[in-house]
Design a protein around this ligand. Structure first.
Ligand SMILES: CSC[C@@H](O)[C@@H](O)C(=O)COP(=O)(O)O
Length: 377
């Protein structure tokens, strides 16, 4: 199984997704700053995967502090230097990692969980070595639980698809984006293994091409029949009656079900409604942010204009062309047929379905909101 994040000997290893599919190269991150930059530059990407990478970044920081090396967060610009205390090292790591990407709440959820474990160990009087061991165990638990959630979502979601389904998906929501298996792509994987899936339409997903580079790579490895299309071809394949369902992931789901996901998702939802095609969002509960009443409050990351004016060192737009490059958009809840979570399938009205589950299950969400307040949000 593809797993994009590994933690070994106090080093975070990330499968460099910028280089796929041309080469499978791992990047070793030995400091919090290196993990943070890897998240910012999309060496690792996908909402659950960046949460997992950040959790290991905190574990790395604590391990460094326990060894008396300032947690490896030794860069200039406000991070602690040699010999910094454990408290300062962990706080700094949490702050730096929270500031990497604003939209995916899984990142802030994972950091809140790491902070919670840290505080628990400190109030129990644990020393630096014990704290470091506990934080490593917590990060590993986040990773393993994410895989388990993906497998549960996949079972729930596959049951929604008709026999011989043709589906359309956007971005990469596979093993590369999660603890393994995937969210929307996990449903596709499981449906294929169950024999109920015929074919996948893969949106190339401009500008960074997660569909063309990553989803096509994962599907090819599994031998799942698929066809790559440019984003603008989605309406044509829907109109031709060749899509039975649209399956997408999510970076943040507000309390009313409004869902932020990769730019272009909203367009697909509008198209699906027009063509009478079910539109399913697949996401673990860690993607739900009940502290936001609606999608209006979701911070949308804007990325470098160079992602739009060219790719891989080739520029095609004239120099100086003005660019708007939002990395995500928000799909209104009214366009979503169902939200598939590891805790079951949510149906409209989402505001009630989400509130009921949040009340029952989520004592830690106030803290997630705190780390969610990163610069740029
Ligand atoms: C399981 S991944 C869900 C989302 O994170 C995914 O659809 C997405 O939008 C990823 O965006 P990215 O910018 O590649 O991190």
């Amino acid at each position: 199984m593809i797993r994009p994040v590994r933690y070994e000997g106090g080093v975070v290893h990330l499968l460099d997704q910028r280089r796929l599919p041309a080469e499978e190269r791992w990047q070793a991150c030995r400091s919090v700053e290196e993990v943070a930059r890897a998240i910012e530059t999309m060496v690792v990407r996908g909402a659950p995967a960046i949460g997992i990478a950040a959790a290991f970044g905190v574990a790395l920081a604590a391990a460094g502090a326990a060894r008396g090396r300032g947690g490896g967060a030794l860069e200039p610009g406000g991070t602690p230097g040699e010999g910094a205390g454990l408290e300062e090292v962990v706080e700094t790591a949490l702050r730096r990692l929270a500031a990497t990407r604003p939209t995916a709440v899984n990142l802030h959820w994972a950091l809140a969980r790491m902070e919670g474990r840290y505080r628990q160990m400190r109030s129990a009087g644990a020393g630096p070595d014990q704290v470091a061991a506990a934080l490593e165990a917590e990060a590993r638990a986040i990773q393993e639980e994410d895989l388990a959630m993906c497998l549960r979502m996949a079972e729930h979601g596959a049951a929604l698809l008709p026999e011989g389904a043709q589906v359309l998906t956007h971005c990469n929501t596979g093993a590369l984006a999660t603890g393994g298996h995937g969210t929307a792509l996990g449903v596709i994987r499981t449906a294929w293994r169950q024999g109920r899936l015929r074919h996948v339409w893969v949106d190339e997903t401009r500008p960074v091409l997660q569909g063309a580079r990553l989803t096509a790579w994962e599907l090819q490895k599994e031998g799942i029949p698929h066809t790559l299309i440019v984003d603008g071809a989605a309406a044509a394949v829907m109109a031709a009656g060749r899509v039975d369902a649209v399956l997408v992931g999510a970076d943040r789901i507000a309390a009313n079900g409004d869902t932020a996901n990769k730019i272009g998702t909203r367009m697909l939802a509008v198209l699906a409604r027009h063509h009478g095609i079910p539109f399913y969002v697949v996401a673990p509960w860690s993607t739900v942010d009940p502290s936001l009443p609606s999608g209006d409050g979701i911070p949308i990351e804007e990325r470098n204009p160079e992602e739009v004016t060219g790719f891989g060192g080739v520029r095609w737009a004239p120099a100086g062309t003005p660019v708007f490059n939002p990395a995500f958009d928000v799909t209104p809840a009214s366009l979503i047929t169902a939200i598939v979570t590891d805790r079951g399938i949510l149906r409209p009205p989402y505001i009630e379905a989400i509130a009921a589950r949040a009340r029952r299950d989520e004592p830690g969400r106030g803290e997630a909101a705190r780390w969610g307040r990163s610069p740029g949000c």
